[in-house]
Design a protein around this ligand. Structure first.
Ligand SMILES: *Cc1c(COP(=O)(O)O)cnc(C)c1O
Length: 389
């Protein structure tokens, strides 16, 4: 890495060496509007809102500082910070489809991505084909003449299926189809999809970027042309503003991202290896395990892994899943992930009526390995697994 792209340059120096009052931490520009000394400067800003701070629904200096660092981390020309990961997903897809168009998407994608495609965009005559995604040939075979977008999430964050990003990107590019990938799991610390030929990288900043389970944020990174288009069409229109304080908290989270990711990786690998050898665990779905079904692809895509993976408990009885979940003490019972704390999310919790749980997903439990001591987490898991008959 040269000095302009090194992590410490991006996180410590980029646009921060001459802050007002010699502050080390950037100011929060808590303002809705920006003033102009003259008619001419006012006119230039109002006619090119994407490149000026005119009104905080468009741009804001605190938000732009976060965007510049996020773009650099992903090796992208530009990034846009938006109010949530779901806004980032919706904007990215909506910018490139119109009535009559078609999207190919991985079937185990984030739940709201699926709702966007199957329910929301269906109202506007956009159709979707879902693919398993592990075979690039299957993904490309689903392409039709009217396909405009291939939407990926690698890995999917319940079943941890990987897609061959470079292979799919190369085929899509030949056909003029936009590729986008949800990179929330790996973060730019471990994976840079733009370097693999992917057009748009999407993140929920509510996970590792914030890192403290206290913000909701979304990021889209890509070419200046694509991000400018999304800002003009979707972002300014739908008003999914990242507020300055959220951007500031996200910037603060980014300072320690690489340190936290290393710790999440070490903890998750230790816990995954332990669970893999446990008699009450059927399988462990962590892409960084040598035994993982797609280990070769995982090596190609990722420099490391995050703290999130699933296990399949060796049981067909929901009472075991309930006992395991309730017995955990250090793992808190909650949705989401990416903070300092360990979490458990049993797939069965989504169903009010247990009869509706698909049998192969009854024992599926997602774990987030936080920043606690791995040995203590393994003790907690061991105690909880001991309750399974
Ligand atoms: C949480 C999450 C999202 C949605 O992000 P929000 O910030 O909650 O809107 C999208 N994709 C993945 C993989 C997520 O985990």
């Amino acid at each position: 890495m040269d000095s302009e792209t090194s992590l410490s340059y991006i996180l410590h120096h980029m646009d921060e060496d001459n802050l007002p009052g010699n502050a080390v931490s950037p100011p929060i520009f808590q303002t809705s509007i920006f003033c102009f000394p003259t008619f001419a400067e006012f006119r230039d800003a109002i006619n090119d809102e994407v490149n000026h701070s005119l009104y905080t629904r468009g741009n804001n200096p605190t938000v732009m500082l976060a965007e510049k660092k996020l773009a650099a981390l992903e090796g992208a020309e530009r990034a846009k910070l938006v109010s949530s990961g779901v806004a980032a997903i919706s904007h990215s897809v909506m910018a490139f489809v119109k009535s009559g168009d078609h999207v190919v998407c991985v079937e185990d994608c984030y739940s709201w991505t699926r709702t966007l495609l199957s329910t929301y965009l269906a109202r506007f005559g956009v159709s979707v084909t879902y693919v398993e995604g592990t075979d690039p040939g299957e993904v490309i075979a689903a392409v039709r003449p009217e396909t405009k977008v291939i939407y990926l999430e690698s890995p999917t964050t319940l079943t941890f299926k990987l897609q061959d990003l470079p292979a799919i990107a190369a085929e899509a590019r030949k056909r003029g189809i936009k590729t986008m990938v949800d990179n929330t799991w790996a973060t730019p610390i471990f994976c840079n999809p733009i370097s693999m030929g992917i057009d748009l990288v999407i993140h929920s900043g509510s996970k590792y970027f914030g890192g403290a389970s206290d913000i909701i944020a979304g990021v889209i990174a890509g070419s200046k042309e694509d991000i400018d288009l999304i800002q003009e069409q979707e972002f300014l229109q739908l008003g999914t503003v990242a507020d300055p304080f959220m951007a500031w908290l996200l910037l603060r989270g980014l300072r320690t991202l690489h340190i936290r990711m290393k710790a999440h990786y070490e903890g998750a690998l230790a816990a995954a290896r332990y669970l893999e050898s446990h008699p009450k665990v059927e399988s462990v779905l962590y892409p960084m395990l040598d035994s993982y079904g797609q280990a070769a692809l995982s090596q190609k895509l990722f420099r490391g892994g995050s703290g999130l993976f699933s296990i399949q408990l060796k049981t067909k009885d929901i009472r075991d899943v309930i006992k395991f979940t309730d017995r955990l003490r250090l793992f808190k019972r909650a949705v989401s992930w990416g903070g300092y704390e360990s979490l458990v999310f049993p797939n069965a919790v989504k169903y009010q009526n247990p009869a509706e749980i698909p049998p192969d997903r009854l024992g599926l439990v997602r774990l987030h390995i936080g920043l606690e001591k791995p040995e203590e987490l393994m003790d907690d898991l061991s105690r909880a697994l001991g309750t399974i008959s």
